[in-house]
Design a protein around this ligand. Structure first.
Ligand code: CP
Ligand code: NVA
Length: 321
């Protein structure tokens, strides 16, 4: 407690012991408070005063897919908070040989304080969370990427101040990153427009849930096939890859289908002059985004990637401390 008083950190105490599977399960207040806490943790960490709130705690991290940012930022975050993180690739676990995820959840709960998982199937992560008695954090599934969206909004908040009333445009595939971005933006009262080619629209149920949340916060969630409409007067413009992990065999088809959806100078000319360009990374330059945009003066991609660390620390301390 003393440490907390010294740095005056306000943990999101309602999240203690909870899972983070999707931000749609959280309240708007919880999401807003996590973003503020992330910035606070960033400030105190940079001042060399990160509190060791997770001393003695171990986070297990299961990966079914590759990762640079998620893996490293969770591991470093746990270290900075005085805890430990353990990397496990699913192929090295017995789940890789068919052990049920339910048994794995029970067993791991006997050793770990929390589990972070990057998985192909969101359903599998839900099943893990049902059977684990410790909190489960979604580090990306086919449906959501909540930790990414928290870092995204932290980055916008730190550069624009107030989030409420801003407009963000997401142009590309209606995928996991889009779903979580929409959910997070709705929670903070940002207008969000998703522009995708026909056939690549986001999940309708996710959009409906986000629209309900946005309405309560006085903002709008819209889906269109027109990137210019989406980007018009936007404060932030967001890109993700056209072909996500696991969809590699669709690459050639997607390159054709996404023609006209590249975020380039012509498109961002419709955004506000001080718009922020964001990308969850990894990026494919000259595919979903022109090099001149991603490496240009309006790009915040590396700050955004760094903020994964701070946003996840906010989640970890709120869930675990
Ligand atoms: N943005 C993101 O999740 O990056 P990694 O795949 O490198 O973790
Ligand atoms: N949509 C991408 C995000 C990577 C961080 C994927 O799922 O591969």
């Amino acid at each position: 407690m003393k440490l907390l008083e010294e740095v005056q950190l306000k943990l999101v105490s309602s999240l203690k012991g909870k899972d983070l599977l999707t931000l749609l399960d959280y309240t708007s207040e919880e999401v807003q408070d996590l973003i503020k806490l992330a910035t606070q943790l960033k400030t105190i960490t940079k001042a060399g005063k990160c509190p060791r709130l997770l001393e003695g705690k171990t986070l297990g991290m299961i990966f079914e897919k590759q990762s640079t940012r998620t893996r490293i930022s969770f591991e470093v975050g746990m270290n900075q908070l005085g805890g430990k993180a353990m990397f496990m690739h699913s192929r090295d676990l017995q789940i890789g040989r068919g052990e049920p995820i339910s048994d794995t959840g029970h067993v791991l709960s006997g050793y770990l304080d929390a589990i972070m998982i990057r998985a192909n199937s969101h359903e599998m992560v839900k099943e893990l969370a049902e059977h684990a008695s410790v909190p489960v954090i979604n580090g990306l599934t086919d449906l959501y990427h909540p930790c990414q969206a928290l870092a995204d909004l932290e980055t916008i908040a730190e550069n624009k101040g107030e989030l409420k009333g801003l407009k963000i445009a997401y142009v590309g595939d209606g995928n996991n990153v889009a779903h979580s971005l929409v959910a997070a933006a709705a929670h903070v009262g940002m207008d969000v427009v998703v522009a995708t080619p026909s056939g690549y629209e986001p999940n309708e149920a996710v959009i409906a849930m986000a629209q309900k949340i946005a309405k309560e916060n006085g903002s709008l969630v819209t889906v269109t096939n027109d990137p210019v409409t989406a980007v018009k007067d936007a404060d932030a413009v967001y890109a993700d890859v056209w072909t996500s992990m696991g969809q590699e065999e669709e690459t050639a088809k997607r390159l054709v289908d996404f023609e006209g959806y590249q975020i380039n100078d012509e498109l961002v000319a419709h955004a506000k002059p001080d718009y922020m360009f964001l990308h969850c990374l990894p990026a494919h330059r000259e595919e979903e985004v022109a090099t001149s945009v991603i490496d240009g003066p309006n790009s915040y991609i590396f700050e955004q990637a760094e903020n994964r660390l701070h946003a996840q620390k906010a989640v970890l301390v709120s869930i675990l401390a």
